[in-house]
Design a protein around this ligand. Structure first.
Ligand code: MN
Length: 328
C-alpha cells in the first residue's frame, strides 16, 4: 500500500475506472475515490468501459462517468486506477489504450485496487497494485486508502463506500469472519445519507415481470449429488417469454445458495449472444478452479466465466466431471 500511496501523491491527473458489467462494489469504490481525489484538490476523471446501470444513478458522481471509446479517448493522465478487478482484460480496451499513452510519454501506469485472487493463468496486475484477498469488499480497501492518505470523509465519499460494502457483503452476510465491514459502516453512517434508501435501491428494486421470471426459473433448478449441488440453465427464450433482460438473472445464483443443503450452485445463462456462467460455493469447494477451466475468474467461492458460444450439453458434462473430481 505504501507504494500505491506514493504513486498517488506524485500523480497530476488520475483516471479511475471499474470492471466491465460493474457491480455496486466497484462503482461505489470508484466514485468514492473520485470524491476523495477531488477533495484533495487533485485532478481526476471517471471512465468506464461500458455504461453504468441506471440502478446506481442515485450515487453522487454517476453523471460524471464517461464511457470510454478509443475514437474520442480522453487523456488518462499519469495514473489509471481500476477498482474491484486485477484482470486488465476486464477493463479493455481502456487498459491497452492507457498503456500505449503511458509508454509514449514514458510515464504513468495502470494500478489495480482489488480483493480478488490473482488468476494463475491471467495477466499480472503489476507491482504497484494493491490486492487484499482478506477484504470483504473493494469499498473496505478504498476506505483504508482514503484514511491512509489522511483525506477527511464527507457525505459523498461515505455514501459511495457504504454502497460498496453493503453490496459485496450482501447486507453483512458475507464478511469473511472480520468485524471490519461493520466497523467501517458504523463510521460512515455518521454522515448525512439514508442507509435504508441504499438497501432498497440495491436489493429492493424488483418488478412484477422479474418476479414472474424468477418464479419460473427457480422452479426449474436441478438438485444433484443429494441436493449438495444446485444446477440451472437459462436460455434466451426464458428471458424473452417473461419480457425481462438477462440482467434479471444476476441474483438467481445467490438465491440457489439459500437452499440449506446446497454446497455449490451452477448457473448457466444466455446473455447477448454469449454464455455466462456463475458459480458459488459455501466454502468447502473452490469453484474458482471450475471457472478457470472455462477461462473465467473471480473469488475462490464466487466465480464466473463468459464464453463466446457454448453448447449447454457439453458444459453440463464438463461441470459433472469437475464435481466428480472434487469428490462432492
Ligand atoms: Mn467486489
Amino acid at each position: 500500500m505504501d507504494r500505491l500511496l506514493e504513486l498517488l501523491r506524485q500523480s497530476s491527473l488520475i483516471s479511475v475506472t471499474t470492471h466491465r458489467d460493474c457491480d455496486g462494489d466497484g462503482v461505489g469504490a470508484m466514485l468514492a475515490f473520485y470524491h476523495a481525489l477531488q477533495s484533495m484538490g487533485l485532478k481526476a476523471r471517471l471512465l468506464s468501459v461500458d455504461p453504468i446501470p441506471a440502478k446506481y444513478s442515485f450515487l453522487p458522481g454517476y453523471n460524471k462517468v464517461e464511457v470510454f471509446s478509443s475514437q474520442k479517448a480522453p487523456a488518462t493522465g499519469d495514473l489509471l486506477i481500476a477498482f474491484d478487478t486485477n484482470d486488465s482484460r476486464r477493463i479493455e480496451p481502456l487498459a491497452s489504450w492507457a498503456q500505449q499513452q503511458f509508454s509514449n510519454s514514458q510515464k504513468g501506469q495502470v494500478v489495480f485496487i482489488d480483493h480478488h485472487p490473482v488468476l494463475e493463468k491471467g495477466p499480472h496486475p503489476g507491482h504497484s497494485s494493491f490486492i487484499n484477498t482478506q477484504a470483504a469488499s473493494t469499498g473496505e480497501m478504498t476506505f483504508e486508502i482514503i484514511k491512509s492518505l489522511k483525506i477527511p470523509l464527507n457525505t459523498s465519499i461515505a455514501q459511495c463506500l457504504y454502497t460498496s460494502i453493503v453490496f459485496d457483503t450482501q447486507l453483512f452476510r458475507f464478511i469473511r469472519k472480520s468485524p471490519r465491514s461493520h466497523q467501517i459502516a458504523a463510521e460512515l453512517m455518521q454522515y448525512d445519507f439514508d442507509p435504508t434508501e441504499i438497501h432498497r435501491r440495491l436489493f429492493g428494486d424488483q418488478t412484477p415481470e422479474k418476479l414472474r421470471f424468477l418464479a419460473q426459473a427457480l422452479s426449474r433448478i436441478e438438485y444433484l449429488h443429494g441436493s449438495k449441488v444446485a444446477y440451472l440453465e437459462l436460455t434466451k427464450q426464458d428471458f424473452e417469454k417473461q419480457g425481462v433482460d438477462p440482467e434479471a438473472s444476476r441474483d438467481v445464483v445467490d438465491m440457489m445458495m439459500n437452499v440449506r443443503d446446497v454446497e455449490i450452485s451452477i448457473l448457466i445463462r444466455h446473455e447477448n449472444g454469449k454464455t455466462k456462467i456463475s458459480l458459488r460455493s459455501k466454502g468447502r469447494y473452490e469453484v474458482l478452479t471450475l471457472a478457470e477451466l472455462w477461462g473465467g475468474g473471480g473469488h475462490l467461492y464466487a466465480a464466473g466465466a463468459t464464453l463466446e458460444s457454448a453448447d449447454y450439453t457439453q458444459l453440463k458434462k464438463q461441470a459433472l466431471q469437475w464435481l466428480q473430481k472434487v469428490g462432492i
